[in-house]
Design a protein around this ligand. Structure first.
Ligand code: HEM
Length: 174
C-alpha cells in the first residue's frame, strides 16, 4: 500500500514558493513594467534566433504634421481614416505612430490607445481606452509616473513629435 499521508499534510505554500513569489512580484507596478520589457526583449531574441527578420517599421508616406490637439480632435486619428494616420498622446504630448500600425492600427493589440491619450494606460500597464475626458493624471503614484516617463522617452526616441495635448480651455500654440 502506498502511504501518501506525507504529501497531504504539507501545506501547498511550504512545498512550492513560486506562487507566493509571483503574487509578490505582480503587486509592484515596477516589476510588472520590467516583466513587460523582459518579455519584449525575449520575444525579439527568439524571433531573431529562428531566422525571421524583425519587422522594421515602414515610414509612412504622409506629410509631417505639426499641430496641438484637443482630445476631441485627436479621436479621428485612430487609423480608420483614408490616410491611416495614427496619433497617440503620451504625458501631454502627441506623437505620430502611423509607422507602428501593427501595434496601434485597427485590430492591433494596442488599438485602444490610437487617437487617445494613452498616458494612464501606459502608466498602469493596462490597455485601456481613455473615454472620460481630459485626464490630469494627478492621482498617479510616483512609480506609475516614473513608468509613464519611461514610455514617454521611448515614444520621443521612436516617433515623430506632433504637438501638445491641449487641456480644456487651452489655446493651440501651433
Ligand atoms: C503579457 C503581456 C504582454 C506581452 C507578452 C507583450 C508583448 C509585447 C511585444 C512582443 C511587443 C512588441 C515589441 C517590439 O517588437 O518592438 C509589445 C509592444 C508594446 N506593448 Fe506589450 N505586451 C504585454 C502587455 C502589455 C501591456 C499590459 C501594455 C500596456 C501598457 C503594453 C504596451 C505595449 C506597447 C504600447 C507596445 C508598443 C510600443 C511601441 O510603440 O514601440 N503591453 N508588447
Amino acid at each position: 500500500m502506498v502511504d501518501n499521508s506525507d504529501s497531504s499534510d504539507v501545506p501547498t505554500e511550504s512545498r512550492c514558493p513560486i506562487p507566493n513569489l509571483f503574487s509578490e512580484m505582480v503587486q509592484n507596478p515596477v516589476n510588472i513594467f520590467l516583466l513587460g520589457v523582459i518579455t519584449i526583449l525575449l520575444y525579439r531574441i527568439i524571433k531573431r534566433s529562428f531566422g525571421e527578420s524583425v519587422e522594421e517599421p515602414v515610414k509612412p508616406n504622409l506629410p509631417k504634421l505639426q499641430k496641438d490637439f484637443t482630445l476631441e480632435e485627436l479621436k479621428k486619428y485612430n487609423g480608420t481614416q483614408a490616410d491611416g494616420r495614427i496619433l497617440i498622446a503620451v504625458n501631454g504630448f502627441v506623437y505620430d505612430v502611423t509607422e507602428a500600425k501593427q501595434f496601434y492600427g485597427p485590430g492591433g493589440p494596442y488599438a485602444a490607445f490610437a487617437g487617445r491619450d494613452a498616458s494612464r494606460g501606459l502608466a498602469t500597464f493596462s490597455v485601456v481606452s481613455n473615454e472620460d475626458g481630459y485626464d490630469d493624471l494627478s492621482d498617479l503614484s510616483p512609480t506609475e509616473l516614473a513608468s509613464l516617463r519611461e514610455w514617454e522617452l521611448q515614444f520621443q526616441q521612436k516617433y515623430e513629435f506632433v504637438g501638445a495635448l491641449l487641456k480644456p480651455g487651452e489655446r493651440p500654440y501651433s
